[in-house]
Design a protein around this ligand. Sequence first.
Ligand code: FNR
Length: 360
Amino acid sequence: MAGEPVNVNEFQELAREALPKMYYDYYAGGAEDQYTLKDNVEAFKRITIRPRILVDVSRIDMSTTVLGYNISAPIMIAPTGLHKLAHPEGEAATARAAAASKTIMILSTGSSCTMEEVASSCNTVRFFQLYVYKRRDLAAALVHRAEKNGYKALVLTVDVPRLGRREADIKNKMIAPRSKNLEGLLSIEVDSNSGSNLEAFCKATMDASLCWKDVEWLRSITNMPILIKGILTREDAIKAAEIGVAGIIVSNHGARQLDYSPATITVLEEVVHAVGGKIPVLFDGGVRRGTDVFKALALGAEAVLIGRPVVFGLAAKGEHGVKRVIQMLKDELELAMALSGCPSVKDITRSHVRTERERL
Ligand code: FNR
C-alpha cells in the first residue's frame, strides 16, 4: 500500500503485506463460512446516526471510567493471543501503546509474553483474561499470579468450551506456539495431523464442563472483580447480573467460535435492557471506525474493546502502529461526537442512533 494509512482498515492491508500468510490468516480469520465475521462489521453500517445541531461542541471530552479506572476514551484493548507472531516485542509493545494511549489492556491467557513481562513493561491498568482448563489448579495458579502482578480484574472468557472451526488455520496447518503463561505448567502433546494444532490443544485442555456455579468458585479464590466475556443473549445477561459479577462483555469472540451467531452490535441493546443498569456492559466485535464506537455507546455500552485492529497495527508498525490505530479511532470518535452534538461521552444517548429495525 502506498503512503501512510489513514484509517484502521488500511492497517489491515499493511498487516497482510507484512505477515506470512499463515499468521495473517490466523489473526484475520473467522469460523466456517465466516458469515458472522462479515456481519460483525456490516451490521454497524445498517445503523445510522441522528445528529443534533446547535450544541456547543467547542470542547469534546471523550474520557470515561471502567470499573472506576479513568481512561482517555471508551476504547480498550481486547485480549488476543500470540502477539509475537505479529511482532518480536509481542504484548510488551502492545502494553506500552496502551499506556501511552491511557487505556486499559486485557492480556490474554494465550499471550506470547508472560504476564510478569507485560506487568513490568508498562504502568497501564491491565486486566487478565482467563481460560479455565480441565486442570483447575492451573486456572487457580494463573489467577493468583495475575493478582500478584497487579492485574486489576479478571475477564472470564466463556465462549470456548471447544475451539471454533477456523478453516484457514486447518488448511494452513497452523502450528501455534504454546502460551508463555503456561510454560512449565502444562506439558501436553497433541496430535496435529488433521491440520492446525489449536483445535487439538483446546480439546485436550479446555474445561468444557465450565458452568455458572464455577463463577462462584472463581469468586471464592480471588478478590479481583470478574467480568464475563462472551454474552449474546438476554437470558445469560440476566443470570450474570443475578450472580453479581462486576460486568459483562457482549462478544462473539470476533466471530471465531460459532458461525451464524449474531453480529454483536445487533444484540447489544437486548443485553443492556436485560441488565437494567445493574452492572456495566462492555462490547466488542467489528469496531473499525470512531462512528462504530459512537453507535455502541448510544446502544448502551460503557466502552468497546478492539481486537484485530490492534494486532494489525502491531504487525505493521509495532508499538507505534498500535498507538496509531487507537489514535485514529479516538480522532474519529471525537469528530463524530462534535458532528452529532455530543460534547461528552454521557451525552451520547439512545436517541442518537437509528437501528435497522426502526427503519422498517
Ligand atoms: C481473539 N479473541 C480472544 N478472546 C479471548 O477472550 N481470549 C483470547 O485469547 C483471544 N484470542 C484472540 C486471538 C485473535 C487473533 C483474535 C482476532 C481474537 C477475541 C477478542 O478478544 C475479541 O473478542 C475480538 O477480537 C473482537 O473482535 P474484533 O475487534 O477483532 O472484530
